[in-house]
Design a protein around this ligand. Structure first.
Ligand code: GLC
Length: 426
């Protein structure tokens, strides 16, 4: 495996929590960002959205305020998704936001707004492009079933598409200030008529990016082993983190949605509740990962009430518990998690955070911590939690297993989705 230089992951591992934004023309049909694929839509039939794209209520400063309140420290915005539509004023295409009724460079405005809130900025750039004339029709392409379009592949030239991509990436990384993350999506060399690093010219692309922005973080979807700054598991929490063949933990970021689709989907009813959302964040950090949580703004440019409620849920929880997230990672292996609990650990402060997914009755026993604990408090309100290194069973005391520390908890769960107990280790 060849080795590639890496970007600056220190701020990112400290931050742990970011906002993904999927926004493009697909917000108008509002039934999934893959709509062109699902419904086999040609460029001509998709044009009606381009001709009417006009997010009159777009106010990225508001999104940035909500992201900050939710505790999110960075944003990754779809500069271009698979549909090929560009959210910035690119000089390499006419298929861009400034040529729609909107007429503004939405990307530029977004970056300014988020930076003003102290939020780091990243760009999502789709490797796949269903609009570009040189992009060959493959098994994901909206026109995969049209015989003439498949026939026409003979005269399509992917190297011209790669050149277009490299030009656009250069444009984005030179004309929009410092970009902290670039998130490519995605390669599929395994599938029939798939595409991978040869199509994207990934090797050259990586070199180009490192030259333009040496500190930038690059995801793992360029089909170029060794080049990624982080792994990007999607819509699940890896139970043991993401590890290499030797079992060592790799930097990783899980990405997740509130409701299933990434783009705005009006009629989806599979929205996760606030407790699940908080739990996903905790689970990621407890396995040494980040969480990039997605919002899909509406065609008019605002976040709908369900997205706002979900972000508010994060804001409410993070207000009291951010300390168990920022700068935290998985706990030392010698401390196994009790049932229904997740630990996170801050190596700088040497504090262990116990997240109680289910509130226990009266006691909880923490294996292998006897003699190692200095002080314990409920992070939610800073109230002391009494603890014992061992206890003998009398009628009001459950006896703790040898070597465990027993915490004495109030009978009623504190008023928060997932309470956190902060353990100061010796
Ligand atoms: C997928 C999808 C896509 C989404 C992405 C986010 O690979 O193609 O729609 O943007 O996941 O991770």
């Amino acid at each position: 495996m060849s080795e590639y230089p890496h970007g600056d992951r220190s701020w990112w591992q400290e931050a742990r929590f970011g906002m993904f934004i999927h926004w493009g023309l697909y917000a108008m049909p509002a039934r999934h960002e893959w709509i062109r694929n699902y419904e086999h839509i040609s460029n001509e039939d998709y044009q009606k959205y381009f001709d009417r794209f006009d997010p009159d209520m777009y106010n990225p400063a508001e999104w940035a305020r909500m992201a900050r309140a939710a505790g999110m420290k960075y944003v990754v915005f779809t500069a271009k998704h698979h549909e090929g539509f560009c959210m910035w004023d690119s000089k390499y295409t006419d298929y861009k936001v400034t040529n729609t009724p909107c007429g503004r460079d939405l990307l530029r405005e977004l970056l300014e707004a988020f930076r003003a809130e102290g939020i780091r900025t990243g760009l999502y750039y789709s490797l796949i492009d269903w609009h570009h004339p040189e992009f060959t029709v493959d098994d994901y392409h909206p026109l995969r079933d049209v015989a003439e379009e498949n026939e026409r592949n003979k005269s399509r030239d992917m190297s011209k598409y790669a050149e277009y991509m490299h030009n656009q990436v250069t444009e984005l990384l030179t004309e929009y200030g410092k970009i902290d993350v670039i998130w490519f999506d995605f390669s599929y060399p395994q599938s029939e008529r798939g595409k991978g690093h040869n199509d994207w010219k990934s090797e050259d692309l990586i070199k180009l990016i490192r030259k333009l922005q040496p500190d930038i973080l690059i995801d793992d979807r360029l089909d170029l082993p060794g080049s990624a700054d982080f792994q990007s598991p999607e819509q699940y929490v890896p139970s043991n983190g993401i590890r290499n063949e030797k079992g060592e933990l790799l930097p990783w970021e899980g990405c997740q949605t509130f409701s299933g689709s990434w783009g705005y989907h009006r009629d989806e009813s599979s929205w996760k509740n606030n407790k699940m959302l908080v739990e996903i964040l905790i689970r990621n950090v407890s396995r040494g990962g980040n969480l990039l949580m997605n919002v899909g703004p509406t065609a008019r440019g605002y976040l709908d009430h369900r997205a706002v409620a979900a972000l508010d849920g994060y804001a409410e929880w993070m207000k009291y518990h951010a300390r168990s997230i920022y700068g935290c990672t998985l706990a030392p292996a010698e401390f196994p998690e009790p049932e229904n609990c997740r630990y996170t650990y801050n190596p700088k402060t040497n504090r262990l955070y116990l997240h109680l997914l289910v509130w226990p009755f009266k006691f909880i026993h923490l294996p292998n911590l006897a003699g190692k604990v200095e002080y314990v408090q409920l992070l939610t309100d800073g109230s002391e939690i009494l603890f014992r290194d061992s206890s003998t069973a009398v009628h009001m005391n459950e006896s703790a297993p040898a070597g465990a520390v027993s915490l004495d908890l109030p009978p009623i769960q504190p008023n928060t989705e997932i309470p956190v107990i902060e353990i100061f280790l010796k």
